[in-house]
Write a protein that binds this ligand. Structure first.
Ligand SMILES: [Zn+2]
Length: 235
């Protein structure tokens, strides 16, 4: 019976293509247990229009950009890390292609990516070992302060460096359950990334949304699938 209703809502959505109809279909998927409420809310947060209708989100999309990244903490450290990592590659390529300063960050981000995709203990240990070698908490914070100091020289690379350092510490803070610090550092990360001129606010939103399976159309955009991350990727 509920299955028939689901098919009917799906058929109607595919016929009209309207966000309201998609929202109704997605809500029914939640009701029958085919989609979790958490994932629906995450998709809405990423700007998926049907999901936004489903959860009744009528806010500006995607909301205040500098605080948006930190908002992923609501879905746990893995989701937050995934969001931060989505923005790192363009900065990283630009920053490290011809400058070996802090080369450990590449290894760190690669390990963070592996942990994010498979948050098991061995992957956590791998990340921790990189941190204890070169970026334990205190050191990372010092690096961040140092990088922020460099920004005062208005060097674009300095901004990019500050962004990466903030990203690394933010991931560590999220892993340690220190949400307030992670949120603050996410804010610093985004501001520094945008100041570096390598990553615009719009690009941040696009990269992160795509990482969660929401296409680049921003509000009203199409979605490949509501899949968000694969099973196990989110708590
Ligand atoms: Zn793992």
């Amino acid at each position: 019976m509920s299955d028939a209703r689901l098919r009917e809502l799906e058929r109607r959505w595919k016929e009209t293509g309207s966000a309201d109809d998609e929202g109704a279909y997605l809500l029914e998927r939640v009701r029958v247990g085919d989609l979790t409420r958490e994932r629906l809310e995450l998709a809405a947060y990423c700007g998926h229009e049907g999901a936004r209708r489903a959860v009744g989100d009528v806010s500006e999309c995607p909301g205040e950009p500098a605080h948006w990244l930190g908002g992923f903490l609501r879905w746990g450290a893995e989701a937050f890390t995934k969001a931060v990592l989505a923005v790192v590659p363009p900065l990283h390529r630009r920053l490290w292609s011809d400058n070996p300063y802090l080369p450990v960050s590449g290894d760190f981000f690669a390990a963070a990516q592996r942990w994010c995709e498979c948050p098991c203990q061995p992957h956590a240990d791998e990340m921790d070992s990189l941190l204890s070698d070169a970026h334990d908490n205190t050191l990372a914070e010092e690096r961040h302060a140092e990088a922020v100091g460099q920004c005062r020289g208005t060097s674009l690379r300095g901004h990019a460096l500050a962004a990466e350092a903030a990203a690394m510490v933010a991931i560590v803070m999220a892993r340690r359950g220190r949400s307030a610090e992670a949120q603050f550092l996410a804010y610093r990360f985004q501001l520094s990334a945008v100041a570096s001129e390598f990553v615009s606010s719009d690009l941040v939103w696009r990269l992160v949304s795509e990482a969660f399976g929401v296409s680049a159309g921003h509000c009203g955009g199409r979605v490949s699938d509501l899949a968000v991350p694969p099973e196990g990727g989110l708590a």
